[in-house]
Design a protein around this ligand. Sequence first.
Ligand SMILES: [Zn+2]
Length: 325
Amino acid sequence: MNSLTKKIIARLLKIKPKGFVYFGHGVCDQLKSEYIEQLHITRRQLVELIEFWKDLGVEFLSMDDLLKMRRSGKSSRKPWIHFTFDDGYRNNLTTLLPVMEEYKIPFTVFVTAGLVEKQEYMPTFYIRVAVMYSQKEWECTKTGLKLTNGMNTREKQNLADKLCACYKYLPQNEGVDFINEIKNLLSPDEWSKYKSVYSNDQLMTVDELKSLNNSSLVTIGAHSHSHLIFHEHQSKSDVFYEIKEPKNWLENHLGINTKVMAFPNGTEKDYNAKVVQTVKDAGYQLAFTTHERFIGINDEDLLLPRNFLHPKAGSILKEMLKSIL
Ligand SMILES: [Zn+2]
């Protein structure tokens, strides 16, 4: 870390105490492909990040602290951070938890309970792996985009990114067909091989989730049931089910009454006033987006911003400057 950046951040934290929520996904020992495993950061990067903020005297709040702070309507006098991790990757238990235990830092995991139960992978994992490794020539029925044998790595990555972006905005039933088409690009043997190579993308089992939940540092929140993105093309009944079901599931399997959730994808296209009302009616008290901002007293409890857990702490500087200008 550039020491000037650190000095500027230290100074800005003193001007007006600020708090924010980080959103990450997985934390692993090693990355085999930065592209395929783009949702994970390494243990070393996380430790450096924690040391950076610890050094600046930032407080690491729990989700309970955040709930209390929001209820009181007051902001903290000290700068604070709360760590959250989306989806429910197995390495949240095996790699992230030991680091957080060492530093005694509370964190929240927003788990996609339906995929944990089925031991499924994220749809975007299937897209990235299939496009990078399939030897088949293929034309996507939905988009007309083509995968050809002569494509180089960069071209394949661009294609996979375009397919991911398209997939995210399909209604649920069309999304299922889309992913089935993608799954056909590799044989079952090839899929087991790549799932084992890129094991970071494996979600926890139900038992592993229970064991993570046993840690007093951990809060488990919802992240829809099967990672449905609540955009305008989804049916009302699918959205209702995906908001309500994780609450029942967590109650039945973990015995917890979760009060918090994170919108899958979480951009402004991924919710609307009706979705937020459904979240409220389901009994959630705080819900998190992926708008990258510091949390202010005027933010709505069901649309709280979060900052991407970038391995470099300095990436937050832009947000800090925006918040005081
Ligand atoms: Zn997610």
